[in-house]
Design a protein around this ligand. Structure first.
Ligand SMILES: [Cu+2]
Length: 168
């Protein structure tokens, strides 16, 4: 399972905090043992947290011009988060789509953004909400993978590895 979190960003913050603490304690005889600091508690006190996992894409014939990415976004923060854009070297443009019924047929409707409720999650899955790779730059080959960056309104961007799976 792919689990990409904002741990790195949180870690940077924690390191910065440790550095300032080191400065504060520099003149004391017994400097604080940073190894004993509970960094997990600091993570939980973080204002917001976005986790993206299970990112995958379906392999397609080389003639395919567009593809789709499916994944799940969890919002562990106390405020709603909005996914505002996404990008990947795999496509010229990345869009958010929702399948809608229109005059008796299913069409893909473009979404400018996707809101993830506080404490909620949004799932992009086949036949429903999905992330569209418009203008593939390379074929989607089973067994391969590629990066995708998700940009949020409040949180820092999250880059996930998308695994390409064969159609079953
Ligand atoms: Cu689509």
């Amino acid at each position: 399972m792919i689990l990409v979190t904002l741990k790195r960003a949180i870690l940077v913050g924690a390191v910065a905090l440790c550095s300032s603490m080191t400065l504060v304690n520099a003149h004391e005889k017994a400097p604080m043992d940073h190894g004993k600091m509970d960094h997990s508690k600091m993570n939980h006190s973080s204002k917001s947290s976005i986790k993206v996992h299970m990112a995958w894409s379906r392999s397609l014939p080389p003639v395919a011009t567009n593809g789709a990415v499916y994944l799940m976004i969890h919002n562990y923060s106390a405020q709603a988060e909005t996914l505002i854009s996404a990008s990947s070297p795999m496509a010229k443009q990345v869009m958010f789509h929702r399948n809608q019924s229109h005059n008796g047929s299913i069409v893909m409707a473009h979404q400018d953004n996707v809101v993830i409720k506080a404490g909620g999650a949004v799932m992009f899955k086949p036949g429903a909400q999905h992330i569209m790779l418009m203008g593939l730059t390379k074929p989607l080959v089973a067994g391969g993978s590629f990066p995708m960056t998700l940009n949020f309104e409040h949180e820092k961007s999250v880059t996930v590895t998308v695994k390409v799976k064969a159609l079953q």
